[in-house]
Design a protein around this ligand. Sequence first.
Ligand SMILES: C[S@@+](CC[C@H](N)C(=O)[O-])C[C@H]1O[C@@H](n2cnc3c(N)ncnc32)[C@H](O)[C@@H]1O
Length: 268
Amino acid sequence: MTGPTQTFQLSVEAAEAYEARFVPALFAEWAPHLVAAAGVVPGQAVLDVACGTGVVARAAADRMGGRGRVVGADLNEGMLAVAGRLRPDLEWHRADAAGLPFEDGTFDAVLCQSALMFFPDRVRALREMARVARPAGTVAVQAWDLLDAQPGYGAMYAAFARHLGPEAGELGGTLWALGDLELLGSLFEAAGLTVTGTRTRAGTARFGSAAEAVATELDATPLAAGIDQDTRRRVLDAGVAAMAPFVVDGGRVELPIGGHLVTAVAPG
Ligand SMILES: C[S@@+](CC[C@H](N)C(=O)[O-])C[C@H]1O[C@@H](n2cnc3c(N)ncnc32)[C@H](O)[C@@H]1O
């Protein structure tokens, strides 16, 4: 979801829609894999950076079985309101990833899912994650693979770009900007983190219909707000046509989506 203007504030209503539509369709599948990659165990202190509505924090809490401390931090009040509604027992903080409001060495594991690409200064954010991790603690990040490696989303964004022009392309660019593993690894190194594991896995984004898949993606971007009804209809039609190869029984859509799970160790 979303691109260069990602840090804009979402209303609670939009955050509820994110939780209801996007999280089950896409993000929920990845959260337990990120938590497992980080080796989270009961009793630890875990931070979820750019937590959104908190799907990774919830996966960490589930794995920890109620023992330990789970904290989510996000820039967006709307997202945090939903996170707090769902799990009032966890800690939620409004914070910019570029300046986390925690003491050095606070967390055993610091996690960040589908967000590093949106930060204006990615190395600074990773340095902050390293700082708030305990010495030799874990920093684990999930990021999407390159758009070229995404047949389904590649087709959808090509349809957006045909009707909405270069801005749509730029938006897609941000979303998939960390797909290059060499680039991703170099950001960790620049932040003083040592990469200990990289895994690329194939996921599936699931939607009730092609129209739902396309509208969900479009509405998650700032593009949706700036277009008239005719343009919207043309964009949606083009997107739906592009989804034809991914329609399964009953008209549901299963879009393949690849992503990386990178784990690193903070300085000892
Ligand atoms: C695609 S959502 C991912 C949310 C969540 N990690 C998940 O997996 O559902 C990106 C999140 O990054 C947050 N975000 C963007 N820029 C941020 C920043 N500079 N500091 C903290 N959070 C930020 C947004 O508010 C949004 O909740």
